[in-house]
Design a protein around this ligand. Structure first.
Ligand SMILES: C[S@@+](CC[C@H](N)C(=O)[O-])C[C@H]1O[C@@H](n2cnc3c(N)ncnc32)[C@H](O)[C@@H]1O
Length: 218
């Protein structure tokens, strides 16, 4: 089967987005495609926003082998498991989540994968996990009216110079009464003051009323 690498560690196999499984034999419920003795895990754009952003045509996807990532709103680790495949054993994901129930499932993924650290904390308070080192990428996927401010605060505290930030914006969490396009534009404007915007896409038809922004620290 033909394998095309479209970003570091992100492949297209017969039109399906995939990453190479870091932990053979372990998966969530996604489809596995075997190629040349390796397992490739299908990354479903309807279940994971970064996958949807790739299908929607972002030109930049900054996660690479060895990347250090601060992930805000990691939940049970489903999307993080694809990041974990891409970064491999030399990378690390610091996953912040404030639901203790989600973290108890996440701990299993951490044990299996070895490159995810779970942090039970509130992403609005970066001072509570100030021990985290500087990272290459801050990714935020929390449904919070202040989600742009949360990203900027964490980028300020943890993003290395020249690093990247990515955010999945859910307009309904910010203001359910407002036109999503207006909210997305306001978010872009707020981020622009601090970071350079590299990509901005909406996620429909995969996720209604969501946008995905990729930016770079100056
Ligand atoms: C949309 S879900 C994340 C899904 C996950 N990123 C994925 O793709 O697998 C949002 C998560 O953010 C968490 N969350 C919301 N506000 C938070 C906060 N202030 N600090 C930490 N976690 C938060 C929620 O508990 C929830 O698990």
């Amino acid at each position: 089967m033909e394998l095309k690498e479209i970003f570091d560690g992100v492949f297209l196999i017969g039109g399906q987005l995939c990453t190479k499984n870091l932990v053979t034999g372990r998966s969530y419920s996604e489809k596995i495609i075997p190629v040349d003795g390796s397992e490739y895990r299908v990354w479903n754009p309807e279940k994971s926003k970064p996958a949807a952003a790739i299908f929607r045509g972002v030109k930049n996807f900054p996660i690479k082998k060895g990347s250090k990532i601060l992930y805000l709103g990691i939940a049970q680790g489903q999307t993080a498991s694809y990041f974990s495949d891409i970064i491999g054993r030399d990378g690390i994901i610091y996953g912040v989540e404030f639901s203790s129930r989600a973290v108890s499932d996440l701990v299993r993924a951490c044990e299996q994968r070895g490159n995810i650290v779970s942090i039970l904390a509130d992403a609005r308070k970066p001072e509570d996990y100030s021990w985290v080192e500087k990272v290459d990428i801050v990714y935020e996927d929390v449904a919070d009216p202040e989600q742009v401010a949360i990203l900027l605060r964490n980028a300020d505290a943890f993003l290395r110079k020249g690093g990247f930030a990515m955010i999945a914006i859910k307009s309904r969490s910010i203001d359910v009464t407002k036109d999503p396009k207006k909210i997305f534009q306001e978010s872009v404007d707020a981020i622009k003051g601090k970071l350079e915007i590299l990509d901005y896409v909406t996620l429909d038809p995969f996720e209604a009323d969501h946008a995905f922004i990729i930016c770079k620290s100056r």
